[in-house]
Ligand binder design. Structure first.
Ligand code: SF4
Length: 327
């Protein structure tokens, strides 16, 4: 049994337009997403901003209300759970937010920030909480001497370590890491990714690692899912996806990742997709990628492709995935 099973998850937001707000429309932020995560596994979730990856992550931790579908965690459907019933779930599933600057309360000391989940979700005594907080700071390679300092006294990388320590405090089975490195310098990004890897090796928790860049998720993820306009368009084991991307959108994302060898970088063919991501209010017909896809044919405009298993072990939603192999 998987630790997390997301089935046909939809998160739609009603919006109104016009002076009299009579034009009622729906934003299809997440539009039928299904995937699972096993214990101690990392699933990378990648896509351009606005594709629905953050909304997916926030629905899983119940910060956003799902419109329909189901989310099973440890065999239990968590969507119907009410506030009081969520305590047990929150101990097992935590989130690390994208922005290390805004996600820590500037008026609280690091000690209070790290104690908070222990106070609300466990029955630890004050003494036990203090010991736990000191141990957590050690785990993320920060000194326990920092307990009485405030967030503004730390760099972005250090603040993200504190965020990770907070998520780790209740020993969760799953951490949703929502673009945890995208606000950091490249050198610091590598340190945070290494830290997450070390913590996973030690504590065996699973990650849903959300990022907008395929290069960021490569080292950490066991499998990678690519999202476009609220849907997963490809999901595959990391090695397979990087060796042989099957969906044209994945190929385009891949060709935007720089190669460290300048010779190879000069010679490689780039696949550029034209135009902007369409509005999730007015979704294109058929394959939602067709207005930007260089391989689109008549069928793509009329028929919605389903996510299907391909000979290389990937799942992709493209009518012509086999024909386009290697292009
Ligand atoms: Fe492109 Fe058609 Fe495949 Fe969609 S189904 S990705 S438009 S080739």
């Amino acid at each position: 049994m998987s630790l997390l099973e997301v089935k046909n998850l939809k998160v739609h937001f009603p919006v109104t337009r016009g002076i009299f707000k009579r034009d009622k429309r729906v934003v299809h932020a997440v539009d039928g997403v299904s995937f699972d995560i096993n214990e101690s596994e990392t699933l990378g979730l990648v896509g351009e901003s606005g594709c629905g990856k953050t909304t997916t992550g926030r629905s899983i931790v119940k910060l956003l209300k799902a419109t329909s579908g189901s989310i099973f965690f440890d065999g239990e459907d968590i969507l119907p759970l009410k506030r009081k019933q969520l305590i047990h779930f929150r101990k097992k599933c935590q989130i690390v937010f994208q922005n290390p600057y805004s996600s820590l309360d500037p008026r609280m000391t690091i000690g209070s920030i790290l104690s908070e989940p222990l106070k609300s979700l466990t029955s630890m005594s004050r003494r036990e909480r203090t010991d736990r907080v000191a141990a957590l700071l050690n785990e993320v390679n920060l000194s326990p001497k920092f307990l009485n300092r405030y967030p503004h006294e730390f760099s972005g990388g250090q603040r993200q370590r504190i965020n990770i320590a907070r998520a780790l405090s209740v020993s969760p089975k799953l951490i949703v890491a929502d673009e945890p490195v995208s606000a950091l310098d490249v050198s610091i990004q590598a340190q945070i990714i290494n830290l997450l890897q070390d913590l996973q090796a030690k504590f065996k928790m699973a990650y849903l690692f959300i990022a907008h860049d395929l290069s960021v998720v490569k080292t950490l993820s066991h499998r990678v899912a690519v999202m476009y306009l609220g849907k997963i368009v490809e999901i595959a084991p990391t090695k397979t996806l990087y060796a042989e991307p099957m969906h044209p959108y994945t190929k385009a994302l891949m060709s935007a990742v720089p190669i460290p060898d300048p010779k190879k970088e000069r010679l490689r063919k780039r696949m550029v997709v034209s135009g902007e991501i369409p509005s999730p209010i007015d979704l294109p017909s058929g394959c939602t990628f067709h207005p930007r896809c260089p391989f689109a044919k008549e069928r793509c405009r009329a028929v919605v492709p389903i996510l299907r298993k391909l000979p290389n072990g990937s799942h992709a939603s493209c009518h012509f995935a086999e024909e386009l192999m290697g292009k």
